[in-house]
Design a protein around this ligand. Structure first.
Ligand code: GLU
Length: 289
């Protein structure tokens, strides 16, 4: 079976050099390995994703000389698949609703921090400080019937107890140089959000479901997602999904040393193209000749 690679951008802005590097690296590796290359549009965040950004992704990737198997998979077309995965986790007793607003969560964290540092997840966000897991079934049912918004969280302690030790094969390297067989540390994420009342999924849940449904065998993506892999391995094990190998690549940084996050005149593919740069220039700029 040929290896299967994918590039999975979110259409919440225009592509920049960081995306070009990731897409070209994925595509080159697929070609070198005689593998398949898929494109997935990660558009579950309807407040930030826009159809014009999606069209621009197709245009920019084609300009770079990248060819993907048609059709691209659009996550918003597959909400049922994510809902089914969520239901499977819920059936294992691993999901519970929490009802605190963002402001309440911030207040709880501040309260905890009065007694010392409250733990943060690998992205720097405080772990869930609430106790919704302990609500009685009556209280929970009452809140679910009310208009209160809620998040559906993974009971991390129960999930970890179920699966035991986990790891993954890393062909790239983590921010701290970790490579080879890496031990997963999903506990670092706490009771992570898997879905919300109005959105039946989250990045972590949909990426795991899609990688499996698309038969992805090699996940090549930025180092900023290195520790997300801990959580992805946990969800894969709980959902009995196959385990891809991972290659986390270096990130392109801006002049102040931060990860590129917005397309600007200096980094946006559209702007660079309008300024006369060629696809070969882009390859040179990202260090992929
Ligand atoms: N959609 C994610 C992003 O644009 C990438 C997800 C992944 O490669 O797993 O950062």
């Amino acid at each position: 079976m040929p290896p299967v690679f994918r590039f999975a951008p979110s259409p919440n802005g225009h592509l920049h050099l960081g995306h070009a590097f990731s897409a070209l690296l994925n595509f080159d590796l697929a070609v070198q390995a005689g593998g398949r290359f898929l494109l997935r549009i990660e558009d579950i965040d309807t407040t930030r994703c826009r159809p014009e950004f999606e069209s621009a992704i197709y245009e920019d990737l084609a300009w770079l000389g990248i060819a993907w198997e048609e059709p691209a998979r659009r996550q918003s077309d597959h909400l049922t698949a994510y809902r089914e995965a969520l239901d499977r986790l819920a059936a294992q007793g691993l999901v519970y609703p929490s009802f605190e607003s963002r402001a309440e969560i911030a207040r709880l964290v501040a309260e905890r921090e009065a007694n010392g540092r409250w733990p943060r997840d690998p992205d720097g966000a405080p772990l869930y400080p609430g106790s919704a897991r302990l609500l009685s079934s009556d209280e929970r049912a009452k809140l679910l019937r009310s208009d209160t918004p809620y998040a559906l969280r993974l009971d991390m302690a129960a999930a970890c107890a179920r699966v035991g030790d986990l790891g993954w094969i890393e062909h790239g390297e983590g921010p701290d140089g970790a490579t080879g067989t890496v031990a997963a540390r999903p506990q670092a994420w706490g009771d992570v959000i898997l879905a919300r009342k109005e959105t039946p999924t989250s990045y972590h849940l949909s990426v795991v479901v899609d990688d499996a449904l698309q038969g992805v065998t090699e996940v090549v993506r930025g180092q900023d997602l290195f520790w997300s892999t801990s959580l992805h391995r946990l969800l894969q094990r709980l959902l009995e999904l196959p385990q891809p190998v991972y290659r986390h690549h270096r990130l392109l940084l801006d002049d102040s040393g931060r990860k590129l996050s917005k397309s600007t005149a200096a980094t946006g593919l559209r702007e660079l193209r309008a300024g006369g740069k060629t696809p070969a220039d882009i390859r040179r700029l990202v260090g992929l000749m």
